[in-house]
Design a protein around this ligand. Structure first.
Ligand SMILES: C[S@@+](CC[C@H](N)C(=O)[O-])C[C@H]1O[C@@H](n2cnc3c(N)ncnc32)[C@H](O)[C@@H]1O
Length: 279
């Protein structure tokens, strides 16, 4: 994994999270909270443990860990000030939220018993360095708990929609920075354990989570997909009413082209969750 992020990409990403912060916890009926709950259960935090939540966002994972480790401390770090301010508004008393990059943790080696990264690894500017930093700040035998989206279980409707975004951007003269496509494979059950092994961790537990549903129409579909990442968000939010109607007509046509009403407007939210021990 090469660092493949320009400063422009990081700014674009943080801008996206700053903007979606107010609706992050309610997106897709609280989907992020459900994944956070599963990750925390899998990580089995226990009383008195010291925990670091990297890419904490609105603090979903950190705030669920806090009562389990109390009086142990939880620290959540992130680059998006708007995400962090929501995290701080909901925080338990043994949690602190700090602006910090996953790649440059200020903590001493062997400080934490558990490091969590909920749906964050694929967004980091340099995932390899972020994992090396997690390894450094964990005590020997400490645990790393990671959740990643498993994109290969996307539905045909999602595949079709996401394939259409790049030509759509081109048509509207929008040039948006993107990470390499290698990252979309981080959440595959044969890829994540390898990434963790390379970073000096032994896999302890791994599980999968697949949920999904269908939207009623193209308006609901585009609203949902706008929250799925920086590219759809920037594109969909940049369209005025006429182009938005045009996009929705294209989405309707694309769904009809699937030739199966059951497949149209169907989406999956799939994740792989793993806990690994520092070697
Ligand atoms: C999808 S959110 C995950 C939030 C939360 N952990 C959860 O489980 O829902 C990814 C978070 O990673 C943060 N992030 C992205 N790059 C980062 C970096 N290099 N260092 C720290 N945080 C970063 C983003 O600002 C965003 O809040």
């Amino acid at each position: 994994m090469d660092p493949d992020a320009s400063d422009e990409m990081v700014d674009h990403l943080v801008d996206f999270f700053d903007r979606v912060a107010p609706v992050y916890d309610t997106w897709a009926g609280g989907q992020h909270g459900r994944v956070a709950t599963r990750l925390v259960d899998l990580a089995t935090p226990s009383q008195n443990e010291q925990v670091l939540d990297v890419g904490t966002g609105t603090g979903l994972v950190a705030n669920l860990v806090a009562p389990r480790v109390n009086p142990g401390l939880v620290i959540g770090v992130d680059l998006s000030e708007n995400m962090l301010s929501i995290a701080r508004a909901n925080k338990a008393k043994n949690v602190q939220f700090v602006g910090m990059a996953a790649e440059h943790l200020v903590f001493r080696p062997a400080t934490f018993d558990l490091v969590t990264m909920g749906q964050a690894l694929a967004y980091f500017a340099d995932p390899t360095t972020a994992l090396a930093e997690a390894n450094r700040v964990l005590r020997p035998g400490g645990r790393l708990a990671v959740s990643c989206q498993r994109r290969s279980l996307n539905t045909r409707a999602q595949d079709l929609f996401f394939q259409g975004l790049v030509p759509l951007a081109r048509r509207h003269y929008l040039s948006l920075p993107r990470y390499s496509s290698e990252r979309s494979r981080f959440g595959e059950p044969d890829v994540l354990p390898e990434i963790l092994a390379t970073a000096g961790f032994d896999l302890m537990r791994m599980t999968e989570m697949v949920t999904g549903g269908r939207t009623h129409d193209a308006r609901e579909w585009t609203e949902l997909m706008a929250g799925a990442g920086p590219l759809p968000y920037t594109l969909i939010r940049s369209l005025g009413p006429r182009y938005r109607n045009e996009l929705e007509a294209e989405v309707e046509a694309a769904m009809a082209s699937l030739g199966d009403p059951d497949e149209a407007f169907r989406y999956h939210h799939s994740y792989v969750l793993a806990v690994a021990r520092k070697r």
